[in-house]
Every structure is written in C-alpha cells, then in structure tokens.
Design a protein around this ligand. Structure first.
Ligand code: ZN
Length: 291
C-alpha cells in the first residue's frame, strides 16, 4: 500500500505540471529584469569639461568617453554630463539628494581637499564615534559627500522618499537590489540628533549603496521644503536621472510594464522609466564598460 502511494506521487499529473509552470511564470519574468547594475548618474552642467576635471581631480575616478562625449569613469559606472546654458536648479526637492565617495581616513582626506581649494557646504562632522562626513560644494552646486568608509571609491547614492521602505522594496522587486547587510528595514521612525532619519532603506546595487531617507528629514533639514508636499521631477535639475543597466532591454521594459511601472520613453538601446517619488531612471542595455 505504501509503495503504491509513492508510485502514485512519482508520476505527476500533466495538469498539475501545467499549473506549477504557470505559477512559476511571474518569478521567471521578474528574474529577467534582475539583478540590474548601476550604469550612470546623469548630471546637467554648464561646463561639462570643467565638471569632469573637478571630479577626476578630487575623487577616485578617471576621465573617459561615453558615446563620444567626455565622461567620468568611477570604478564600475559613469558620471555623464549634459551641457546646459543656464545653471541647473540644485535645491533638494527631487528624490535625488546627493552622491559620494568613501574615505578611509576622513580627517586626512578633508585636510587634503581643503589644501587643494575644495569648498565644502557642510564641513567635516562627526556623526557617530569615528564616523565622519562632509559635503563638497560641487560643480553647479551638486552635493558630493565624503564619508568614513573602508574604501575611497564612488560609493553611494542618497535618495529621499515619502515611503522609504516601500521605495526600497520597489528597487528590490524590479531591479534585484539587495538589502545592505541583508537587513530588512524597520518601518519605525528613528532619529539622529533629533532629525528624523527613519524609516529608511539601505540597498546595494552592484558596488553602489543606495540609501533612502524619509521625507520628514527633508522637511526638517531643507528650507526649500517649506510649503512643499511632493517631490519634483529631477529632470533638468543638477542630477537629472540615474541609470541602471539590464541584459535585455525589450524583455525588461515589457516585464516592468506588466508590473505596472510607468515607461516614459523608449528608444534604441535605452528607455526611461518613472520610479518612486517621481524619480527618473534610465535603463541601458548592456553593462557599463570603460570605453
Ligand atoms: Zn543618462
């Protein structure tokens, strides 16, 4: 009797197999869009050549070309620059707050930067014991953070969100980002020096840490949030958009469309989509490579 039951189980009903395959389909489609890689940050600059000199002269990155234009290559991804006639607005009202490089010895790095004439909008500050940060006043008022890290590479992108944990989940679901240190974030409010910094999210995409702070932080910290209720589009601002690379653009765009993601533009080899908090994300087919 026992043997018979085993035999029965070992021959699956074709109908069950079909249902099983159908149930797996969404996972297969999602897997095709993931994991993505960090491709570039796209900035608007009044003087792209000067901006490239600025970044390559001060941080660990190098001059490169991307599609025939001068760009910055930072370890595994690019900074790209659009030339604009007038200074792009730089108040922090879009979901993109700043980006930055690490520093093994912040005090030494800070002094070195001061010695070479780098201007800081926020001087070196000890946030926690032995963790320092400072904000460089970059080209076109871009905010570039230097902070204590175990490396001195292009290391993070700092975003803001009306719902940071859900935004983080969105990057996990659609692009295969992973929770940094495998820590699933808490939805409880948290504070650093009376500023609301949580709920927040910290993700890894490739070698870039994407940190998402709550909108409450922006309201407390930035005067530009007085009377503001929602995030502006980053389009035309100092950081115009971020870009991820995917293996197969057509497959990714179709999967994203089915998952309800708004596709803003689609062109040969690239697409533009809207992410949480009005952020603009470009998708590029093929991973970033130094040309
Ligand atoms: Zn771009």
């Amino acid at each position: 009797m026992r043997k018979f039951a085993f035999y029965k189980w070992s021959l699956p009903n074709p109908f069950c197999l079909l249902i099983f395959a159908f149930c797996l389909l969404p996972f297969c489609l999602a897997a095709q869009t993931a994991p993505s890689r960090f491709h570039h940050l796209h900035l608007n600059a009044t003087d792209p050549a000067a901006a490239v000199d600025f970044y390559t002269g001060k941080f660990d990155c190098e001059k490169a070309t991307y599609e025939g234009r001068t760009a910055v290559w930072a370890q595994k991804s690019f900074l790209l620059f659009n030339k604009v006639a007038a200074a792009p607005p730089a108040e922090v009202i879009s979901a993109i707050w700043h980006f930055g490089w690490g520093a093994e010895n912040m005090k030494e790095t800070y002094q070195k930067q001061l010695d070479m004439g780098t201007r800081f909008s926020t001087p070196i500050t000890e946030l926690f014991p032995n963790f320092f940060f400072a904000y460089v006043d970059g080209p076109d008022r871009a905010i570039i953070e230097l902070n204590t890290a175990q490396h001195h590479h292009f290391g993070h992108l700092h975003l803001l969100s009306a719902d940071a944990v859900s935004a983080g989940e969105w990057y996990v679901k659609h692009f295969g980002a992973t929770w940094r240190g495998n820590r699933v974030p808490s939805r409880q409010p948290s504070f650093i020096r009376n500023f609301q910094t949580g709920p927040n999210a910290s993700l890894m995409m490739d070698n870039v840490n994407i940190i998402i702070f709550p909108i409450e932080y922006a309201r407390q910290a930035f005067p530009e949030w007085k009377d503001r209720t929602a995030f502006a589009t980053p389009q035309g601002r100092v950081v115009d958009h971020v870009a991820f690379s995917v293996d197969n653009l057509a497959v990714s765009v179709e999967a994203l469309r089915k998952e309800g993601v708004k596709i803003l533009e689609k062109a040969a080899g690239r697409a533009l989509i809207e992410g949480p908090d009005n952020i603009r994300i470009e998708l590029v087919e093929g991973h970033a490579r130094k040309e």
